[in-house]
Write a protein that binds this ligand. Structure first.
Ligand SMILES: *Cc1c(COP(=O)(O)O)cnc(C)c1O
Length: 396
């Protein structure tokens, strides 16, 4: 791969390794292990495996390595480690480096499973976590301590689409020597500049935009080579959260088209945000790319684009939100996001059901809130579908 190649070229060719057959499409090495010519060769490989030496699929695999290298090229990271799911990436990145007595500062608005890891799991091992409002820099500053080891946030929070200022929070974290771990799913790797803006470690659920077609689970941890190979790899390869070669192969194919898909999805999301402004059944249309978003200036600086997800706060609470969801014809009711198919989710009763009502209210997860992940269908059809379903909501 040439360093001069632009992103779309890297997404098609980056990380490719061809076998002796010269295949065009990346080979799927669906094998758990590898054969050694001699006992001495096996011993030598266990002593010191080079980048092209594989031992066991939990440690590494050629198809998985192709995915890791293509992801690193896309993100502008030195290295990457592929994981079994997005949650294996989040929990792996954190537990690989934390130990009892460490302090973590995290944004409060998080994906439910991320919250579980921070609230329930880390505390069991003697790690103390302080939660802050991720949009309030004063709270970040006040929470930092000399023993703060990690700072964790979703760069754009699920499902309220609050945006965390990566540059500012990273500067605050680095003053006490903390490592910044950014869950960047909603920003997507296409619009991300998180590492250049100060994040030390970026994690993705590859299940979302990287697959982009709702097929497989996957995740990836990106960062400096020393962290990925020295800290993450030993932890992941011995604890078992590695990616399946089959999933890596599906995700490699997803990466070929991610730039085309995500840009089209973001353009349609913007068209929807425009078309729905002022609709009388809506209390709010939340889209980071629209000038009406309270952090629009930050979004422009940080990602340049608003992403592929909107949130609609429907007047009339849960009954109105359900009437809207049930009237949709093109958009599916489900809970994935970043998919080619548009998907609507009611967070209060599904993805964030577990949270007590007071916590939902504090996070802005109102009974009328619907998360809308915009797919690659025709933009006019989607605008028509959402408008028609909103019109079907009984006036409150
Ligand atoms: C989906 C998601 C995850 C978890 O990813 P899985 O692949 O489902 O394990 C983590 N963080 C965010 C922000 C997500 O949207």
């Amino acid at each position: 791969m040439s360093d001069d190649w632009k992103m779309r070229t890297r997404l098609v060719h980056g990380g490719t390794r061809r076998s002796q057959w010269g295949e065009v499409s990346e080979a799927l090495f669906l094998t758990q292990g590898f054969v050694y010519d001699t006992a001495e060769a096996a011993q030598a490989r266990f002593e010191a495996a080079g980048p092209d030496d594989f031992i066991y699929a939990r440690y590494g695999n050629p198809t998985v390595a192709m995915f890791e290298q293509r992801m690193a090229a896309l993100e502008g990271a030195e290295d990457a480690f592929a994981t079994a799911s997005g949650m294996a990436a989040v929990s792996g990145a954190l537990t690989a480096m934390l130990r009892a007595g460490d302090h973590v500062v995290a944004a409060r608005a998080l994906f439910g499973s991320c919250l579980y890891v921070l609230e329930e799991v880390l505390s069991r091992f003697g790690v103390e976590v302080t939660f802050v409002d991720g949009t309030d820099l004063d709270q970040w500053r006040a929470a930092m301590r000399p023993d703060t080891r990690v700072v964790f946030f979703e760069t754009v929070a699920n499902p309220t689409l609050d945006v965390v200022d990566i540059r500012a929070v990273s500067a605050i974290a680095h003053e006490v020597g903390a490592t910044v771990v950014a869950d960047n799913v909603f920003a997507t790797p296409v619009f991300s500049d998180a590492i250049a803006q100060g994040a030390d470690v970026v994690v993705y659920s590859a299940t979302k935009h990287i697959d982009g077609q709702g097929r497989v689970l996957g995740g990836v941890i990106l960062g400096r080579q020393e962290f990925i190979r020295g800290t993450v790899e030993p932890y992941m390869k011995h604890t078992g959260g590695s990616m399946s070669p089959f999933n890596a192969w599906v995700l490699l194919k997803g990466l070929e088209t991610i730039d085309l898909r995500v840009r089209a999805q973001a353009a349609t999301a913007m068209a929807l945000a425009e078309a729905l402004q002022g609709h009388d059944r809506l209390a709010r249309v939340i889209y980071p790319g629209h000038p009406s978003h309270p952090q629009h200036d930050l979004v422009v600086r940080q990602t340049g684009e608003g992403g592929t997800i909107l949130a609609l706060d429907i007047r009339g609470g849960q009954a109105a939100a359900f009437a809207f969801l049930n009237a949709l014809e093109v958009v599916l009711i489900s809970n994935n996001l970043g998919d080619a198919k548009s998907i609507a989710t009611h967070p209060a009763t599904t993805t964030h059901q577990r949270l007590p009502d007071a916590q939902k209210a504090r996070l802005g997860i109102t009974p009328g809130l619907v998360r809308l992940s915009v797919g690659i269908e025709d933009s006019a059809d989607l605008v028509e579908d959402v408008r028609r379903a909103l019109d079907a909501v009984p006036a409150g």
